[in-house]
Design a protein around this ligand. Structure first.
Ligand code: ADP
Ligand code: MG
Length: 737
């Protein structure tokens, strides 16, 4: 992603103009032009926000092209880090060059000319050059423009391939004219940074611009206060930036990056924690202190004993609910971990405190399923949950909405219909959002704000079956408190998973048929609804259903469910499978959420490398739910190594959190970052898979910092506070709560 795509707006939104000081006395002209107030400045040393045109040798064309890739001020440029380095050595005398090596020389140009060649289109530039130790010929291919650039008498540095026989010459791959503005050796000597560049702004030009900013980089303001730097023992911001752009050893940039990553993660954590605190402090929810009256009856009637994990999480939630500050908690737990009963107990607590609870789910099927489950769990306490979805006929829906408005309906389960309709609550105490990533932030907030009863926010419990590594949870959901139910309820076994190669397909089918003959059921999951025209080998659900019904499973009843069906048709197919009227269900990922068929014991997944790891794990969680062991057979001939690594991980472990970690390593965090509700949408310096420790440390230190100085208003924290505000522009008053 181009840096400009991030939400940073540091260059032109500064209101607080600090004193401007330009480092390095050599830039009198720039100093003068910085003085006028056309550009609002970054707090602190103002040059950070200075326009790129203030850099010596940077003209309007470069400024325009830099802006096109999101580099608008000196700070942007300086934070545009190299993606790699060319490891060149220092310049050496011509006399010491060896045949066949690549080397750098520092020479004076004696003559330069284009040499005619017989090959059409090929133009060779040759130059005679010398240093104190000898002479050699420099050769360039197809760069006739050099005749305008280089003149006899110029001192130049050249990097290239040396050959001594038959002629002494160096085939130049990088050159620079000394005394033309840039520091000697920027392109040809030592570790030469390579910047992510674009067509219009070559890496070479970027290198020169950063070189021009060198004195400014050295004076980069320190954002971290001394006490934090002492704790983490990382280089100063200026040292880190110098090391990244002008490294003297291969190690320097690594340490420097760690420092920048840490700073980025710290700012993110400070912002996220501040968001949460702001929510908690600024809003009032109904305190739902437990009496045990309703929850006790629900507990007593449970057909099982809660696991220790369920108990622990329930206690956390019960404590949160009793407070006046709105709970913002994410409950993670794999499919089958037993989150629903935890949610039911939370609802019961809301009811016994005289409030209402709403459960928001992404699909009709899931809503109906939750309704049945909650109905069974809450019935012993005399609570009858109501369902509000788009499927409920208008008149009936009006009746139910009325019951919600008057408070006779204490617990409501619903889909988006809950949000879009005119549903009002009498006293909404708790909102549970299942599979919360399927809802937008506004949607979730909207419900939590329709509370009634004198409060202005409901307690929010988000539930997700997608295990997120802790590092990612802290980054994506740092503004939430996170609970996890690890493991599964007793009696649940791992799903034995095997990766089956194409030549064993028949055997695998026989295994499935054997299960079906025993009265069990099976899924076949395909990545697509119908075959695509590109002619890829991916199996489509529609064709696969036909093929299986006519061939290997002709003695069985085969159903078909996919997302392109009419909803009633799809529901019919799922219901037929759930009711045991079909033996084998060929489906797309519509079964991922919301279908619970205890009698299904086998899942076949076709073209498994086309699914994400989390999704594969989620899918296989659908089998083996009824006390019979589950088996998952994945078919794949992955084209990429990455696909193979994912499948191996899937075969090896049933721990969703472990898989999430592996997935993070393989894939990087990019796609999951979009989950975050506030703050910047991507990370510029940090990589979660690499910077796990820095993240944990940043989290710890952010808490300490906010405990010491809740609004980050002490002088040593001023720059840090400014950086947090910059990263969270939509929450300008965060630190003012
Ligand atoms: P989740 O929503 O986390 O996917 P559920 O809450 O639907 O999981 O629980 C899955 C199944 O496990 C349900 O059938 C539920 O009745 C059962 N279950 C939940 N908790 C326990 C427990 N402590 N002991 C035995 N079975 C449990
Ligand atoms: Mg569930």
């Amino acid at each position: 992603m181009a840096p400009g795509a991030t939400t940073r707006a540091r260059c032109h939104n500064r209101t607080q103009v600090a004193s401007v000081s330009v480092p390095g006395g050599a830039f009198g002209r720039e100093r003068a032009s910085l003085g006028h107030g056309a550009h609002a400045q970054r707090p602190g040393p103002g040059w950070w926000a200075a326009d790129l045109s203030h850099l010596p040798g940077v003209g309007p064309a470069s400024v325009r092209r830099a802006a096109a890739i999101g580099l608008r001020c000196v700070g942007d440029l300086v934070e545009h880090l190299p993606s790699r380095y060319l490891a060149y050595d220092t310049a050496r005398p011509i006399a010491g060059l060896a045949d066949g090596e690549e080397a750098t020389i520092r020479v004076v140009l004696d003559s330069i000319a284009v040499v005619p060649t017989r090959r059409r289109g090929l133009r060779i530039v040759r130059a005679r050059v010398h240093d104190d130790s000898g002479t050699i010929t420099a050769v360039w291919f197809n760069q006739a423009y050099l005749l305008d650039l280089l003149q006899p008498g110029d001192e130049v540095m050249l990097r290239g391939q040396v050959s001594l026989r038959p002629q002494r010459q160096v085939t130049v791959k990088a050159h620079e004219v000394l005394g033309a503005g840039a520091s000697a050796g920027v392109h040809t000597e030592g570790l030469v940074p390579v910047y992510p560049a674009t067509e219009g702004l070559p890496a070479r030009r970027l290198r020169e611009m950063v070189d021009a900013a060198r004195p400014w980089v050295r004076a980069a303001p320190e954002v971290l206060p001394a006490w934090i730097r002492d704790r983490v023992s990382l280089p100063s911001r200026a040292d880190a930036l110098v090391a990244v752009h002008f490294p003297r050893s291969a190690r320097e940039p690594r340490t420097a990056r760690r420092r920048l990553a840490f700073e980025e993660l710290l700012i993110l954590q400070l912002g996220l924690i501040a968001v949460r605190r702001h929510e908690e402090v600024a809003r009032r929810a109904l305190p739902l202190g437990p009496t045990g009256e309703v929850t006790g009856r629900v507990r007593d009637a449970l057909p099982f004993v809660l696991t220790a994990e369920q108990e622990r999480v329930s206690r956390q939630i019960a404590r949160d609910l009793a407070r006046e500050r709105p709970m913002r908690r994410l409950l993670q737990g794999e499919v089958g971990a037993g989150k629903t009963v935890v949610a039911a107990l939370a609802c019961a607590q809301a009811v016994e405190a005289g409030a209402q609870a709403a459960i928001l789910v992404p699909t009709e099927t899931l809503a109906e399923q939750h309704l049945r489950t909650l109905d069974a769990l809450l019935a012993p306490a005399g609570i009858v949950p109501v369902l509000i979805t788009g499927n409920v006929p208008r008149a009936e829906r009006d009746r139910r909405e009325m019951a919600v408005a008057t408070g006779t309906a204490a617990v409501v389960v619903g889909t988006q219909a809950l949000l879009v309709g005119g549903v009002r609550f009498r006293r909404l105490g708790l909102v549970v959002v299942d599979e919360q990533h399927r809802f937008g932030v506004e949607q979730r907030q909207a419900l939590a704000e329709r509370v009634g009863g004198g409060a202005d926010a409901a307690h929010l419990l988000y539930m997700t079956a997608t295990p997120i590594p802790r590092t990612l949870a802290l980054t994506a959901y740092g503004d939430l408190r996170v609970s996890a139910i690890r493991g599964r309820p007793p009696g649940r076994r791992d799903v034995a998973t095997r990766w089956v190669r194409e030549d064993r397909r028949e055997e695998a089918y026989e295994e499935v048929r054997a299960e079906l003959r025993r009265g069990r059921q099976a899924y076949v999951i395909c990545p697509m609804v119908v075959g695509d025209e590109a002619g890829t080998a991916a199996r489509s659900a529609v064709e696969e259903a036909r093929r299986l019904a006519d061939g290997p499973f002709r003695d069985f009843r085969v159903g078909l469910a996919h997302g392109a069906q009419r909803p009633d048709e799809r529901r019919g197919a799922m219901a037929a499978f759930a009711g045991g009227d079909t033996d084998l269900l060929v489906a797309t990922t519509v079964v991922e959420v919301g279908i619970d068929v205890p009698n299904a014991t086998v899942m076949v997944i076709e073209d498994a490398d086309r699914f994400g790891l989390a999704q594969l794990h989620q899918l296989r969680g659908r089998v083996g739910r009824g006390g019979h062991p589950g088996t998952c057979l994945v078919f794949a001939e992955p084209a990429a190594e990455e696909g193979g690594r994912r499948l191996e991980a899937l075969v090896q472990t049933n721990d969703g959190f472990r898989l999430a970690d592996i997935d993070l390593d393989i894939r990087g965090e990019g796609s999951i970052m979009g989950l975050r509700q506030s703050g910047p949408t991507d990370l510029r310096f940090a990589r979660l898979s690499r910077d796990r420790r820095s993240l944990a440390q940043a989290r710890r230190i952010a808490k300490v910092a906010l405990a010491r100085d809740p609004r980050l208003e002490q002088p040593e924290h001023v720059l840090l506070a400014a950086a947090v505000r910059e990263a969270f522009p939509d929450m300008p008053r965060l630190l003012d709560a």
